[in-house]
Structures are given as structure tokens and as C-alpha cells.
Design a protein around this ligand. Structure first.
Ligand code: TMO
Length: 317
């Protein structure tokens, strides 16, 4: 009886000290001095947020490296450890690459921002107010208004100005064909996001119709931009996923991803990254600092960090 009690107490003590060691181990573990590699893509909020997160990590004593990266191929780079994180995984455009990399192993889901997303063709709202395509935002209105959207390079068809082809490949040309609109409309790809904003400004000045690819959260939320409503998105509806390709984009999520070793190599930075959660307004602000205020991305990030300590400081604790 006595012996039994002693051994019970002993095993309790062992259990307690093991969990104490685990707890202090977790608290004491220092982040590796190896750099946290943050990708830089080709739209403003992503670049500003890269420097916002980098600034937070550096403030915690981490080393940070920024690498320009293709926004689709980056998930393979995260998987093999060349890149550490992705802080703006947009469902419509990158969901497939993200899940493909996760399935191969090496990429983890680090949570979802509060902001919900939409990446879709649309018009500045004044185009609707001016009656340049009666019936918008319903897509069927496009059957009857292409003459108001022709450009010198569009061969008499209405033009959709898509983002860079690196974002969606042939998603939009395939959709035009699937909807039976390709005899009246054609897709041109912008060289970069700036070309979309230049087009919005030019069309407004010339009071001509324009249809461009855009997304929310973005700086354009504040000015009034209306996304076209296509047949609803369903899993597998795109040509690339075996569907008929008529569907629009999902009202989607915005996630964070990381290499699976990040929680081990940089436990503090990982914990901070897991708490990072931006709203539609905050992401729109980051884009606006560059695309409206014309600030350099790094200066915009420094300003955002200075103005929003109450938002991000608690994440680093
Ligand atoms: C990924 N993007 C925000 C450009 O659609």
C-alpha cells in the first residue's frame, strides 16, 4: 500500500516536471536567426503587407528577407522551404495552387483574415450610372452593349482588360467562350496592376466604357466599383477543374500559409503570424497608400505600422 502510494506520487512528480519542462521549453525557445523569407508579388496591398509583416518580425528580433516571386509558383517554393510564408492567399486566384502544394506536403494553413474577397471583372460604378451597359451588373447585359467598350486594339469587339496573365491564365477568355460572348467581346491582358488603374483613370476622363479585372479589398472599394454578376461559382465549375467554365469567381477567403517547419524554426514569429488578421478596410488602406497617395511600398508600410500600433502590437506579444 505504502509502496504503491510512493510510486504514484513519484509518477505524478515526473508527469508534472515533464509538463513544466514542456511549458518552459515553449516559452524559452528562441527564433532561429535564419531569415524569414517573405514573397513580393505584383499588387499593392500584398507588397505593403509584406513590409508590414517584415517590420513586425524585425521588431521582434527576427531576420527577414524579401524575394520577388511568381504568385502561383510561390506555393511550391513555400513547400520546399525557399519561401517561408504567404500572407495573401486569395481563394479565387491561388486556392488551387495552395491546396495542390498542401496535398504534396510541406505547406500549412495559418488561418484566415477577416476580410472576405472577390476577384472579378467589373466596371467603375459611374459606367452603370451613365447607362453604358443597361442591365449591369447582371452579366447578360453584356449581350447588348459591347459597342460602348471597344478599343483601338479590340477589332470591333468590346474589350475586357484582364490582369497579368500570370494570375489566371486563360480563365477569362474561356469564360467569354463558355458564355457565348466571344463573338462580341475579347480579352486583353494588362502588363501589370498599374495598367488597370491607368485605364480606370483614362476611361473616366474620356467618359468611355471600360471593363477591367479588379478585386476587393482594394483601394477602389472607396471610389465605387461594381463587379459583374456571373452564374454563381461552384466547386469544379471552371474549365481547368473539369467544369463548363460559365461561372464567375467565388466570394472567397483570404488565407495565410507557411512552410511546415516555420512553427519549429521561428515559434515566436509563427505565433505572431497566426494571429495576424486584416480587415477589408485595413487592406484597402494599405493599397490606397500606394495607389492613391503614391507612396513607395516600404514608406507605406512604415506609415501603416506607425499609425496602427494598437492593431499589430498585441499580435507580437
Ligand atoms: C490576386 N489578386 C488580388 C490580384 O486578385
Amino acid at each position: 500500500m505504502k509502496l504503491r502510494k510512493t510510486s504514484m506520487i513519484r509518477s505524478l512528480i515526473v508527469a508534472a516536471s515533464v509538463s513544466l519542462m514542456a511549458a518552459t521549453g515553449a516559452v524559452r525557445a528562441a527564433d532561429s536567426t535564419a531569415p524569414i523569407v517573405i514573397p513580393i508579388h505584383n499588387w499593392s496591398s500584398q507588397i505593403v503587407m509584406a513590409y508590414v509583416l517584415g517590420g513586425m518580425f524585425e521588431g521582434m528580433g527576427n531576420n527577414v528577407e524579401y524575394v520577388p516571386a511568381d504568385s502561383q509558383a510561390v506555393y511550391e517554393s513555400i513547400r520546399n522551404g525557399d519561401v517561408t510564408i504567404s500572407h495573401e492567399v486569395w481563394q479565387s486566384t491561388f486556392g488551387k495552387s495552395f491546396y495542390n502544394a498542401m496535398e504534396k506536403g510541406g505547406v500549412i494553413d495559418v488561418g484566415t483574415h477577416s476580410a472576405t474577397t472577390l476577384e472579378e471583372m467589373g466596371v467603375p460604378t459611374w459606367v452603370i450610372d451613365e447607362g453604358l451597359c443597361p442591365g449591369l451588373p447582371n452579366w447578360e447585359a453584356l449581350k447588348d452593349c459591347h459597342e460602348n467598350f471597344t478599343t483601338p486594339d479590340s477589332g470591333g469587339k468590346g474589350r475586357w482588360l484582364e490582369g497579368p496573365q500570370s494570375w489566371h491564365g486563360d480563365l477569362m477568355p474561356e469564360r467569354l467562350t463558355a458564355l457565348g460572348l466571344d463573338d462580341k467581346w475579347t480579352v486583353k491582358f494588362a502588363g501589370g496592376a498599374d495598367a488597370l488603374w491607368t485605364e480606370l483613370a483614362a476611361a473616366k476622363k474620356e467618359k468611355r466604357g471600360t471593363i477591367v479585372f479588379n478585386w476587393t479589398p482594394n483601394f477602389t472599394d472607396a471610389e465605387g466599383f461594381t463587379f459583374i454578376e456571373f452564374p454563381p461559382y461552384e466547386e469544379g465549375c471552371r474549365i481547368a477543374d473539369g467544369g463548363d467554365g460559365t461561372c464567375g469567381s467565388p466570394k472567397g477567403w483570404l488565407k495565410k500559409a507557411a512552410n511546415y517547419k516555420f512553427p519549429k524554426t521561428h515559434p515566436k514569429a509563427y505565433t505572431t503570424f497566426s494571429k495576424v488578421d486584416f480587415s477589408t478596410t485595413q487592406i484597402g488602406e494599405m493599397a490606397a497608400l500606394v495607389d492613391i497617395e503614391k507612396m513607395d511600398h516600404k514608406d507605406a508600410a512604415a506609415k501603416w505600422l506607425a499609425d496602427n500600433e494598437d492593431v499589430w502590437m498585441p499580435w507580437t506579444k
